[in-house]
Structures are given as structure tokens and as C-alpha cells.
Ligand binder design. Structure first.
Ligand SMILES: NC(=O)c1ccc[n+]([C@@H]2O[C@H](COP(=O)([O-])OP(=O)(O)OC[C@H]3O[C@@H](n4cnc5c(N)ncnc54)[C@H](O)[C@@H]3O)[C@@H](O)[C@H]2O)c1
Length: 278
């Protein structure tokens, strides 16, 4: 199998898990144990068939480092399950900040926020870097809420002739206009958003599914569920309205009370509340 060459945008915690995973599963045989993976291979490709050839970030503690080192730089704080990471040869390049560094992240503890370099790169330089790296796919791991930045990098990918895997909840693949732009160039476009192995999104979806199967929550429509999951994802944002905090609290209570057989009522109430506030 030849390699799938990727360019990462946003060398944060998700990128760290991806790069660690590529290294961790390198030795796993085609039919052997691969604890932690949902699929050992997809279309014949295994984790080790993914090669990082380019990366962009804005944090001065990451730009200039090989991706294998940048993934362990602050403020990244995800679990380290593979310490022996081979050098990728891909040096993290400065990107364009746009809305990737929102005002509420300024003046925070450096271990909890980004420290952007002052001098940004130009769009032309990013496109040139993508072309020189021979990357085939751009993998977007920008922070949640990076709407402008996601559109900016998706545009760079298009111009450089790369497919785009959008791992964040900004509508690109789901937007017919963007989908057409990629289709017109015969470039793959996948998204929007990903699910952590056992994170808020999959727990939420499992609960909705459970309630549906048990004959409740018939009023929840997919669009509402999706919008709600995205709002949960912005839990840390100070822009979260008090009503959102209330709903999140109720969902948390729903999870706890579910084990007592009382979850339905709380969950239902939360969604009714969400309907009114949207
Ligand atoms: N963690 C999960 O389980 C999960 C699940 C679903 C979706 N997601 C989405 O994945 C995305 C990434 O999550 P994360 O936990 O890795 O975030 P993170 O905050 O750890 O990493 C984001 C990285 O992007 C960089 N960045 C910010 N602005 C940039 C710009 N303009 N150009 C280039 N780089 C920029 C930051 O410096 C940082 O390194 C988020 O949008 C999140 O919603 C994560």
C-alpha cells in the first residue's frame, strides 16, 4: 500500500492523538490485536499508511518544530500513550490566525491558551508549502468556532489540489456550495466533525437513540440534536448563554439519573427548553 500523505492544520490534542496512534499501531499486524481501534484497516489501509508531510499552527511553542515534537508542546494536554514518535520530517509552519484565537483566550494561563506568533504567513505561502510537501489531504483540527479559519484553509486546500477532511463542526462538506467546489476539482471532501472514542457526542447520540427505542423523545429532530451537540462542544466558551449552561447542567443530571430510571424526564425537559431558546 502506498502512503496517504496528509497536511495537518492545528497541531493540538487531536493531532497529537492521531500522530501517537500512527506510531502506536505501526507494529500491529493486519489480523492481530489492535486494542483501541474500531477498525484495524479501512480499504486495505492501516494507521501506519498515513504519513504527515506538512503542518500548520500559530503557537510559538509549536511552529518550527518537527510534528513529532510539536504534539507534546503546551498547551497540549491529551494523554500520552506513545512516547516513541519517529521524526516526521514535517516542520510545523506558521499559519493565519483569523478566528482561531478568540478574545476569550487572551490573558489566560499560558498552559491553557495559545501564544500566537506575531508574524503570520500569507495565503500564497501556505499554498506553496502544500504543493511542495506533496500532501494529498488536508486534515482540519482547528479549535471549535474557527469558522473563518476553516473556510480559509479549505480554500487553500482547493487551490493547492488537496482533498479536505473537516474534523470540526463548521459546515464545509455539508454546505452544497463548498461540496460543489471540491467535486468540480474531483477532490475528496469529508466532514463535518468527528467523534471522540467515548466523548460527549457519542454519549449524547447513544442516549437519544436509547430514548427513541424506548418510545420517548419523539420530538427530537436530527437538526436540533446536531445543533445541541455543537453547543455542548463550546462548553468552555464564556459566550455560552446562561440558558445553555442550564441545559448542559440538566443533561449532566440526565446522565446521572439515567441509571436510576429518571433520566428520561430530565433529558426531555432539557430538549424542550432547548427548543424554546433556539
Ligand atoms: N477532542 C475530541 O474528542 C473532538 C471531538 C470532535 C471534534 N473535535 C474538534 O477537533 C478540533 C480540535 O480539537 P483539539 O482538542 O485538538 O483542540 P486544541 O485546542 O488542542 O488544538 C487546536 C490547535 O489549533 C491551533 N490553531 C489555532 N488557530 C489556528 C490557526 N488559525 N491556524 C493554525 N492552527 C491554529 C492551536 O494553536 C492548537 O494547536 C476542535 O474543533 C474540536 O471541536 C474534537
Amino acid at each position: 500500500m502506498r502512503k496517504i500523505r496528509i497536511a495537518i492544520v492545528g497541531v493540538g490534542n487531536c493531532a497529537s492523538s492521531l500522530v501517537q496512534g500512527i506510531n502506536f499501531y505501526e507494529g500491529s499486524s493486519r489480523n492481530g490485536a489492535a486494542v483501541g481501534l474500531m477498525h484495524r484497516q479501512i480499504g486495505g489501509y492501516r494507521p501506519s499508511d498515513v504519513e504527515v508531510v506538512a503542518a500548520f499552527d500559530i503557537d510559538r511553542r509549536k511552529v518550527g518544530l518537527d510534528v513529532s515534537r510539536a504534539i507534546f508542546s503546551p498547551p497540549n494536554c491529551t494523554k500520552v500513550f506513545c512516547e516513541q514518535i519517529k521524526l516526521t520530517g514535517a516542520i510545523v509552519k506558521m499559519g493565519c490566525v483569523l478566528d482561531g484565537y478568540p478574545p476569550h483566550m487572551h490573558d489566560q494561563d499560558p498552559l491553557r491558551t495559545f501564544l500566537p506568533l506575531e508574524k503570520e504567513t500569507t495565503r500564497e505561502d501556505i499554498i506553496a508549502e502544500l504543493k511542495n510537501s506533496s500532501a494529498e489531504l488536508m486534515v482540519n483540527y482547528l479549535p471549535v468556532g474557527s469558522e473563518q479559519a476553516t473556510r480559509f484553509y479549505a480554500g487553500c486546500a482547493l487551490e493547492a489540489g488537496l482533498g479536505f477532511v473537516n474534523n470540526i463542526p463548521v459546515f464545509i462538506a455539508s454546505d452544497p456550495a463548498w461540496a460543489k467546489r471540491f467535486a468540480d476539482k474531483n477532490l475528496p471532501l469529508i466532514g463535518d466533525d468527528i467523534k471522540a472514542q467515548v466523548g460527549a457526542t457519542i454519549v449524547h447520540r447513544a442516549m437519544v437513540d436509547l430514548f427513541r427505542k424506548r418510545g420517548v423523545c419523539a420530538a427530537i429532530r436530527p437538526r436540533q440534536a446536531m445543533a445541541f451537540a455543537q453547543r455542548c462542544d463550546r462548553e468552555q466558551s464564556p459566550a455560552l448563554r446562561p440558558i445553555d449552561r442550564l441545559v448542559l447542567g440538566l443533561i449532566g443530571m440526565g446522565v446521572i439519573f439515567a441509571s436510576l430510571g429518571l433520566g428520561e424526564a430530565v433529558y426531555r425537559f432539557a430538549f424542550l427548553d432547548f427548543d424554546r431558546s433556539d
